[in-house]
Design a protein around this ligand. Structure first.
Ligand SMILES: Cc1cc2nc3c(=O)[nH]c(=O)nc-3n(C[C@H](O)[C@H](O)[C@H](O)COP(=O)(O)OP(=O)(O)OC[C@H]3O[C@@H](n4cnc5c(N)ncnc54)[C@H](O)[C@@H]3O)c2cc1C
Length: 471
């Protein structure tokens, strides 16, 4: 008898944690383990703003999968569709070749992409902060604006190049604005022709508060810290349209700028829409045991999945954080093993430990286990948390050494140029256009779509339309 094939899609927090545990819990003859992954590293996303700011090298937050996973087969590519009836995952390899990967158990942990809205010009001109390439691109772009502003004779162009706009007042947007603002402030000293007072950072959010995840007091503290550093806030406001050199806000103001950084939330990987199963707020609905109802042998977790939050109760789902994804990864593994061994599955239950927000230097706010901290104590907790959460000793050492180096020697403001000239739209980095439709997946393996499946699809489309109408 052949060994059961366990296929995991996505080598992020949930996927890697799941495989790491499966390697320990299953003897090699018990199952074949495969990871479908476009890269050979696990990205430690919470420190991505430090890469954009040049505080950390890209390698420090890219944890080698081959160091962490010893016997999992890494399939370089992205899943573009899942046929749950044929039990096949359709994968586009990095060479462009499309292959069918059969599975006995499928674990979907493909994470999320930048959430966008129907705002004219947004997807063409906004820059995102979800991948290593985006962080490196953003760094080069910001430094390039300083270089160009320093040589232009046109005051209007100089002003626009020195104005940077970040949309999204959650932790990703706030940390990105804070870290890059520090970069431009420090860099300005090396540009004798630039008046540093012309550098302007704007943080915009449609919500009335900054960092709502941390509560009113800490959100207000973070705002005060950033205001002291010159960051301008526009809360309760959004973007009406985006053009290459200006954005128009919903309150009618027009900001001349060459830089719009868009971090206004995440949307589940488009892969989830290739299955004909239910979604909630765009995420794949799962049970508390992380199984996907209505299909056989599929589990899901992390940002891609709507996992019931048993600690909160009601119809709450777990927020899209690394803290949850990593812990869900372990339950995924335990439940795949339970399925193989015919033992009961266990539900995912985790009480949120809080959040840390590193604003650079001595500025930070954090709320570990409900305790509100700001300034240096919050920064110690934030950095300590990240060091502990990094999955390998090598990664921890790299990050610590880089932080120390940066504190001692500062930054060199070097534009690497590796990505110069590349298409830089959100979909170019995040490959959101690469997926099959549910119908294409169906047609690939079946001549006749199953009647119940067609009915289910119709029902699902109707529900999704209603969800959209209800906002
Ligand atoms: C800037 C920033 C800061 C953050 N800070 C924090 C923080 O401080 N604390 C916190 O808890 N969370 C934080 N988060 C959120 C956290 O990073 C995510 O919630 C977490 O990464 C989700 O884990 P995941 O395993 O679901 O997805 P990911 O870790 O994103 O992994 C998904 C993986 O799937 C791969 N993939 C995508 N599509 C496919 C496909 N079709 N086929 C195969 N592979 C695919 C991706 O390349 C990726 O490797 C932050 C996020 C960002 C962007």
């Amino acid at each position: 008898m052949s060994r059961p094939k366990i296929v995991v899609v996505g080598g992020g927090f949930a996927g890697v944690e799941c495989l790491h545990r499966l390697e320990r819990r299953l003897a090699p003859p018990e199952a074949d383990l495969t990871l479908v992954t476009p890269t050979d590293y696990q990205l430690y996303l919470p420190l991505l703003p430090h890469v954009a700011a040049g505080v950390l090298t890209p390698q420090s937050v890219a944890v080698s999968l081959r160091r962490r996973l010893r016997r999992t087969r890494l399939l370089p590519g992205g899943a573009i569709g899942v046929d749950t009836r044929a039990k096949v995952c359709v994968v586009r390899k990095t060479t462009g070749e499309i292959v069918d990967v059969p599975y006995d158990h499928l674990v979907l942990t493909a994470g999320s992409t930048t959430r966008t809205f129907d705002i004219p010009g947004l997807t063409e001109h906004a820059l995102g902060m979800k991948t290593l390439a985006q962080a490196a691109y953003l760094r080069d772009h910001v430094i390039a604006q300083l270089d160009l502003a320093a040589v232009t004779q046109d005051p209007a162009e100089r002003e626009a190049r020195l104005r940077f706009v970040v949309v999204g007042g959650g932790y990703a947007g706030t940390e990105t604005a804070a870290c890059l603002q520090r970069l431009t402030t420090a860099a300005a000293k090396r540009y004798p022709r630039l008046d540093p007072s012309l550098i302007e950072w704007h943080l915009i959010d449609v919500a009335p508060k900054l960092l709502p995840e941390l509560g009113d007091k800490l959100g207000a503290k973070a705002m005060r810290m950033l205001r002291r550093r010159g960051v301008l806030f526009s809360l309760g406001t959004s973007v009406a349209s985006v053009e290459p050199t200006k954005i128009t806000l919903t309150d009618g103001r027009v900001l001349a700028t060459h830089t719009l950084i868009w971090t206004a939330g995440v949307a589940a990987s488009p892969l989830v829409h290739t299955l004909s199963t239910d979604t909630m707020r765009g995420r794949l609905v799962t049970t508390a045991e992380l199984t996907v109802p209505g299909v056989d042998a599929v589990l899901a977790a992390g940002d891609a999945a709507a996992v019931p939050d048993l600690a909160k109760g009601g119809d709450a789902i777990t927020p899209p954080t690394a803290q949850h994804a990593q812990r869900q990864g372990r339950v995924l593994a335990d439940n795949v093993v339970a399925r193989l061994h015919g033992t009961p599955l266990k539900p995912y239950h985790h009480r949120d430990l809080g959040l840390v927000v590193d604003l650079g230097g001595k500025d930070a706010v954090s709320k570990p286990l409900g305790v509100e901290l700001s300034g240096i104590p919050a920064q110690v907790v934030a950095r300590g948390y990240h060091v502990m959460a990094l999955p390998t000793v090598t990664a921890r050492t790299r990050v610590l050494v880089n932080w120390a180096l940066n504190a001692a020697a500062g930054d060199d403001f070097v534009r690497t140029g590796f990505q110069a000239g590349r298409a830089a739209r959100l979909q170019d980095f995040e490959l959101t256009d690469a997926y099959m439709t549910a119908d294409q997946v169906e047609e690939r393996h079946h001549d006749e779509p199953k009647n119940e499946l067609a009915e289910h699809k119709k029902h699902k489309e109707h529900r999704e339309q209603k969800e959209q109408q209800d906002g």
